[in-house]
Design a binder for this molecule. Structure first.
Ligand code: NAP
Length: 310
């Protein structure tokens, strides 16, 4: 059993920001990274909306930001364990118990920043062809689609950003959206509409992903007319939102009906000494900047709470 003062579960922007602030409070936090160190930005191509990092010559990439944030946290005394949390006992604490495959930890205070994961479409063929034409990350897999035709599902910022990125490799990127207008912000919409390699199919859903070892096509249905048609494609990139990574917290922290951890304006959960920040508790903003802000707030509140306990 390893005894810690503060454990931060998750290493995305919220976790990194919390680690920097808890580190600067001389509390030497342990960050348990999860199975994707850096979280979702580690698979983000370019970050151009984070204040203070604008560079017209060279936009910083997600992995570069992760590296800088981690170096900054380590500089202030944070330590990183490359493990995944499997189980927690929070209700009966403090001290709080946190288990990974490798270790059991106890901590006086905890910040949960376990983030969110991409939603699936839940149509036939989707799971079968993951890694063989079905992907949830253009940045990761775009390279394999050089000179090919792909479809992008969704109408939000992720779908447009990733779709535009995919045009670097693919011949054609066809966006399939269930409505007749996009949810994405104006800048990304403009870029998508003016990109010669991007096409749009409106009011349409994918009902099946088909293939033969690898993806060869999709079965579409127009939700207005009911018309069904098959469309050949080499890849299906799905960006239809996210769900919080909160399964391991069930029964331990209060959550809403979608599994988002409930916090108050001080990032406090319903268990004193346990805080949550970033996409595990925020279904609304989901920006690097907002997650960073929430991580900072959680860290400051935790430090005050620990001081008051002494
Ligand atoms: P999102 O904004 O929730 O968009 C999801 C899209 O998928 C929507 O267009 C939605 O359609 C569609 N959709 C949902 N379920 C579907 C289903 N079962 N079948 C077909 N389509 C479905 O998710 P997101 O794009 O991942 O963005 C999440 C958050 O991150 C947002 O706040 C976004 O602003 C932010 N983000 C920002 C940036 C940036 O600023 N550069 C980049 C990426 C993400 P409807 O529109 O009809 O609901």
């Amino acid at each position: 059993m390893q005894k810690e003062r503060v454990i931060i579960i998750g290493s995305g922007p919220a976790g990194m920001a919390a680690a920097i602030y808890v580190g600067r409070a001389a509390l030497s936090p342990l960050v348990i990274t999860g199975n994707q160190p850096g979280g979702q930005i580690s698979i983000t191509y370019e970050v151009e909306n984070y204040p203070g990092l604008y560079n017209p010559e060279s936009t910083p990439t997600g992995p570069e930001m992760v590296q800088i944030m981690q170096q900054q946290a380590e500089h202030f005394g944070a330590r990183f364990a490359y493990e995944e949390v499997t189980e927690v006992e929070l209700r009966s604490g403090p001290p709080f118990t946190i288990k990974t495959h490798a270790q059991t930890y106890v901590a006086d205070a905890v910040i949960v920043t376990a983030g969110a994961s991409p939603k699936h479409l839940d149509v036939p063929g989707e799971t079968e062809f993951i890694g063989r034409g079905v992907s949830y990350c253009g940045t990761c897999d775009g390279f394999f689609f050089r000179g090919k035709d792909v479809v992008v599902v969704g109408g939000g910022d992720s779908a447009m950003e990733e779709g535009i990125f995919l045009t670097k490799f693919a011949n054609n990127v066809t966006v399939i959206h269930r409505r007749d207008s996009l949810r994405a912000g104006a800048t990304l919409q403009r870029r998508a509409f003016t990109n010669a390699k991007m096409n749009f199919i409106w009011d349409t859903v994918i009902e099946e992903i088909q293939g033969n070892g690898v993806v060869t096509g999709v079965q579409l249905r127009n939700v207005q007319t009911g018309e069904a048609k098959a469309m050949p494609t080499d890849g299906v990139f799905i960006f239809v939102g996210h769900y919080p990574n909160s399964k391991f917290l069930e029964g331990q922290l209060a959550m809403d009906e979608h599994g988002y951890v409930i916090t108050d304006e001080f990032m406090r959960t319903n268990v004193a000494g346990v805080y949550a920040a970033g996409e595990i508790q925020d279904p609304h903003y989901r920006q690097i900047a907002t997650s960073v802000g929430q991580g900072v707030a959680a860290a400051m509140q935790l430090e005050r709470w620990l001081s008051a306990q002494e």
